[in-house]
Design a protein around this ligand. Structure first.
Ligand code: SF4
Ligand code: ZN
Length: 287
């Protein structure tokens, strides 16, 4: 599995030009496995690894975020890598639990955009040029199937496993995009990697019943036709995405957020993250 991930990294030139690689670790089996495998690959190439964990303040009686941060730190220290924990309550004055109660927007959408924002911000602060995330075959197969189902060609054209640095955003890579979920689980168990077993208490909100059914259906197809998800993802990457990219991937122009200076869509004065902070009454709006 390590060799296969290394081959994927090479084939898709994921670490070309990388000097400092940030690994986003939530504490789950995928991100902790990613950290351990990428540490080996990066060491061979003389690339520095930097661990990132975001304490999102998701508790709901399960202490999910504090457990996840504890496990991430355990892994960073095991491997002796430098790391940074960003506690969004301390840094920005609100938790995802509070945002869920106070903002009329799906909690996963608020959480996702907060994570992307914080990740880019850490990358700028720490001089990280590439960020790796733990998306696996199952995640990609689900996203592709949902895209086919809804005909969302623009979203599909953005499903890149190597997203180059552009518009003030750091380069992002997904080294596990051809690795199955059951493989990362097996790897983590065999290697005795500490990981958090609980899922986020909001998981069921990620996409509701349709996404859940699509995921289960993909697993059933995989049982009937071994390699089903891998074929779906590989063929999409090799044959379909390039065609979609050519036709639908828009070169987005960006503006600078008037509050934090981070990039935001053209025509907007403030970025979506600052808009959330305004709604949470943590900062004042600008006129
Ligand atoms: Fe955030 Fe939703 Fe993922 Fe939980 S399930 S970590 S709320 S995106
Ligand atoms: Zn902003």
């Amino acid at each position: 599995m390590e060799q296969r991930i290394e081959r994927t990294v090479e084939k898709y030139k994921m670490l070309e030009g990388t000097r400092k690689l940030g690994i986003a670790v939530s504490g789950g089996k995928d991100s902790t496995t990613l950290l351990h495998v990428m540490k080996k690959i990066a060491d061979k190439k003389g690339i520095e690894i930097f661990g990132i964990n975001i304490d999102l303040g998701i508790d709901q009686g399960k202490s999910y975020s504090s457990k996840s941060t504890e496990i991430a730190v355990k892994n960073f220290e095991m491997l002796n890598v430098n790391y940074r924990i960003v506690n969004i309550a301390k840094e920005y004055g609100f938790t995802i639990d509070e945002a869920k109660e106070n903002i009329h927007r799906p909690v996963c959408s608020t959480c996702g955009l907060s994570k992307r924002y914080v990740m880019n911000w850490i990358a700028l602060e720490e001089g990280i040029d590439t960020i790796a995330t733990g998306h696996n075959v199952n995640d990609n197969a689900q996203f592709i199937s949902m895209g086919y189902l809804t005909g969302d060609v623009e979203n599909l054209s953005r499903l890149r496993n190597v997203a180059p640095a552009e518009n003030g955003l750091v380069k992002k890579i997904k080294p596990l995009f051809l690795t199955y979920e059951k493989e990362t689980l097996t790897y983590a168990l065999i290697k005795r990697i500490p990981f958090i077993i609980d899922s986020c208490p909001n998981t069921f909100r990620v996409g509701g019943r349709t996404q859940d059914a699509v995921r289960r259906n993909l697993e059933e197809m995989e049982d009937k036709i071994p390699g089903y998800m891998l074929n779906l993802v590989e063929n999409f990457e090799r044959k379909i995405r390039p065609a979609l990219e050519e036709k639908y991937l828009k070169k987005e122009e960006v503006s600078k957020c008037k509050i934090c200076g981070m990039p935001t869509s053209k025509g907007r004065d403030i970025c979506s993250f600052c808009a959330i902070r305004i709604k949470m009454k943590k900062i004042k709006s600008v006129t």
